[in-house]
Design a protein around this ligand. Sequence first.
Ligand code: SF4
Length: 156
Amino acid sequence: MKLRPHHVLDIISDYGHDAKFVPHPYGHAVHTVARAILSNPNLEVELVIGADEICRPCTHLRLDGLCDDVLRQLDPPISKQQYNDDLDGRLVNYLGLTLPAVMTIRKYLEIVAEHLPGVEKICTHPGEDQETRLTGLQHGLVRLGITEDEEKIGLG
Ligand code: SF4
């Protein structure tokens, strides 16, 4: 399946904070993709900058493959398509990845773990606390068995 790099990190951070993955009013597939990757970190995925498996059933995905949602909480408001593309561009640069790339979720998250702490500065969303994002990622990676070296990712 195709996945945006930051969508995976959103799921891992939520997992680290014990969030429940339930259907969203937008109709997107965060809840089903979360179950798929958390139950099988060896799942091979294609990391992409663009609409992904989460977007596929979303009411905001247009026929041309672009997102029509707008982040009105930002001043000035910007399209979520642009926000997401910019965010994923910065994220893959920070992680040293070239997209599209096919790898297991485990491999991707091992690369993320090598950039913790630090990556939370790139992937924290507006209105979200950077420390909260960091602890979510740290605990999510440990819970998923991606790393046992808690000190190396800034825990403990
Ligand atoms: S990026 Fe847009 S299309 Fe994709 S899940 Fe979010 S709101 Fe829906």
